[in-house]
Structure formats: C-alpha cells, structure tokens
Design a protein around this ligand. Structure first.
Ligand code: NAD
Ligand code: UDP
Length: 313
C-alpha cells in the first residue's frame, strides 16, 4: 500500500512511520519541519520504499496514494500559540487540501484530532458523544477550534463526496522523541529533572490528565485506519493522574531532592481529562498495554541520551 503521513517527521508521525516501514509499505513523509526533525526519520532515508517531501500543507499538492494519515499540525501549546493564525490555517486550509487530495485519488483519510475538542470538559470521563466546552476566543482556541473545524470538514467531505474518513481523538501522548522544549508536561518535567532545575507545576497541580504511550497510540491509529468504523473514536490511556502526582513520579525517578515550583495556571487550562475508551475497546479491540511506569522508563532513557550524551547537559 502507498501511504502518506503528513507531519511524519514529528513525534507521533515518526513512530507511525516506523511501524508502516516495518510493515513494508511504500511510505511518503510530508513535513515542513516546523516542529519535526530529520533526525526522527533519518534511519529510513536510504530505503527505496521511503520518500520525504518538504512541503507546507497549507499549499495544495498532487500525489498518488491509497491512505493518508493526516497529522501535520503543531500540537504543543508553546508551538501552536507561537503563530495562532498559522495554526488555524494549518487546521482548516491544510486539512481541506489533504481531503481534496483524498477525494481526487480515492484514498482513505485519517484525521489526527484531539481531546482538545472537548475543551474544559464538564462531563467526565469524556465519551465521543460529548460535544465539549470550548472557548472560541481564548489562547487555545486556534488549536481547539481548528481541530473541530477539521473534523467538520472531514465529515462534510464524507457526506458530500464519499471520501472514506477516520477520526481519531487523541488524548495526551508521550514517549521518546518529544521535543525537550515543546512545553508539554511530560517533556518539561523530564528535562527539568535531568538538568537539576525545579519542576514547574502550573496552578496547584490538581488538574488531571491521562497519558498514553506513543506505541500504544500508533497501534490504535493503524487499527482505526484499517477497520470499518468512521469514528470519532477516543484513543488514549484512561489511567488518570493529577499533574502534581506526575511531577512527583518523574522527580522521584530522576532527582528525588529536586524542588517543585508552582507557577500560574495558563488561561483555559482544562481541569480534568480522561478518555472513555469503550468504543475503541469494542470497535477496534484496542486498549493501551504500556503502564505509565514502563513508558516513563523508555522516555527518560531516550531523553538522557539526547540531553546528557549529545548536549553534554
Ligand atoms: P509534532 O509537533 O511533533 O508533529 C507535528 C508535525 O507536523 C511536525 O513534524 C511539524 O513539522 C509538522 N507540521 C506542522 N505544520 C505543518 C505544515 N503547515 N505543513 C507540513 N507539516 C507541518 O506533534 P505530535 O505530538 O506528533 O502531534 C501529531 C498530531 O497529533 C497533531 O495533529 C496533533 O494535533 C495530534 N495530537 C497529538 C497529541 C499529543 O499528545 N502529542 C494529542 C492530541 C492530538
Ligand atoms: N503543565 C504543568 N507544568 C508544565 C507544563 C504543563 O503543570 O511545565 C500542566 C498544564 O498546565 C496542563 C497539563 O500540565 O494542566 C498538561 O499540559 P500539556 O501542555 O502537556 O498538555 P494539554 O494541556 O494540552 O493537555
């Protein structure tokens, strides 16, 4: 099968590429390297079934493919808030371009949507039927509303043009290759502990998140793409932790004496988040297999390699 992965040089995209390459597909990685790096995918450069295209998806492109995993979009608050107008353009124009491509070549299209479509949820855990509590004008709106319109566009291409779509609502995912400076909580706490800096907990740390290890997530995306359900389907790990618990867990594994420093809570920061994965379990026969402890071990080891060996921190 010839498979296009937009955002393939990024964190999740590169792990997905690894799986697709191991399964011997013809894989095209399309990326503008805004947050992705060649280092994440360089091991595939000399393979004849791998192709890399530097391209910004807000511009149309013509390719011949059977499946499109559409992941291109800055995903961490630091990066998506850096140029919020661009983030909205990537979500709307970029997704419209990729859906147009899917329509033209009759490819199946999977959108990497997000738990952020639920906003600051007042239903807990979040089932797919919940329509969310999203601020249209806040600093997170470019991303949250961007993904909501991307879902809308996907369904309208499906209804109007019979494009085969799949919508994955991805919950917080972590693992090796997260950027150390992307401001996300797992990467921040690991990098801070390794560098001997205080761990920055925003607010009082009572807000919750659920963390899915990246290989589990990739498994869910592949099952969704190749199954017969359109979705949207939540893909995430329902084990829920407060941010303070996460800080203590990571600190105690790397640098037990390290200080925790409390900082102001960012605007519109969701108070709680946990996926209801009944649909993923029943429809895809999917559930996460890697517990937080095991996933953190892998992630910390790779960060150590990058920070201590490569940068001499
Ligand atoms: P990432 O920032 O590591 O990857 C995004 C990739 O898209 C990068 O390689 C970047 O260079 C590329 N990109 C950005 N703008 C582009 C453009 N205009 N044209 C071409 N390429 C572009 O982020 P990630 O964590 O790997 O997230 C991948 C996808 O999954 C995103 O769509 C994100 O919204 C979604 N998602 C991620 C999480 C998570 O916890 N990581 C949670 C929910 C949803
Ligand atoms: N967070 C924190 N310290 C950090 C980075 C993040 O306390 O150094 C908090 C953040 O306020 C949020 C949670 O951790 O409540 C998850 O943040 P992240 O940006 O990783 O993901 P998202 O908010 O998009 O779920």
């Amino acid at each position: 099968m010839r498979i296009l992965v937009t955002g393939g040089a990024g964190f999740i995209g590169s792990h997905l590429l690894d799986r697709l390459m191991q399964e011997q597909h013809e894989v095209i990685c399309l990326d503008n390297f805004y947050t992705g790096t060649k280092r994440n995918i360089s091991k595939w450069f000399d393979r004849p079934n791998f192709e890399l295209i530097r391209h910004d998806i807000t511009e149309p492109i013509r390719l011949e493919v059977d499946q499109i995993y559409h992941l291109a979009c800055p995903a961490s608050p630091v990066h998506y808030q850096y140029n919020p107008i661009k983030t909205t353009k990537v979500s709307f124009l970029g997704t419209a371009n990729m859906l147009g491509l899917a329509k033209r070549v009759k490819a199946r299209f999977l959108l990497a949507s997000t738990s952020e479509v639920y906003g600051d949820p007042d239903v807990h855990p979040q089932p797919e039927e919940y329509h969310g509590n999203v601020n249209t004008i806040g600093i997170r709106s470019c991303y949250d509303e961007g993904k909501r319109i991307a879902e809308t566009l996907s369904f309208d291409y499906h209804r109007e043009h019979n494009v085969e779509i799949r919508i994955a609502r991805i919950f917080n995912t972590y693992g090796p290759r997260m950027l150390e400076n992307d401001g996300r909580v797992v990467s921040n706490f690991i990098a801070q502990s390794l560098k001997g800096n205080p761990l920055t907990v925003y607010g009082d740390g009572s807000q919750t998140r659920s963390f899915c290890y990246v290989t589990d997530l990739v498994d869910g995306l592949i099952k969704l793409m190749n199954g017969d359900k359109t979705g949207p389907i939540n893909i995430g790990n329902p084990e829920e932790y407060t941010i303070l618990q996460l800080a203590e867990k990571i600190r105690d594994r790397i640098n037990p004496g390290q200080e925790i420093s409390f900082k102001p809570l960012p605007q519109d920061d969701p108070k709680q988040r946990k996926p209801d994965i009944t649909k993923a379990t029943n429809w895809l026969n999917w559930q996460p297999t890697i517990a937080l402890e095991a996933g953190l071990t892998e992630t910390i080891a790779e960060f150590k390699q990058r920070l201590i060996v490569e940068k001499g921190c």
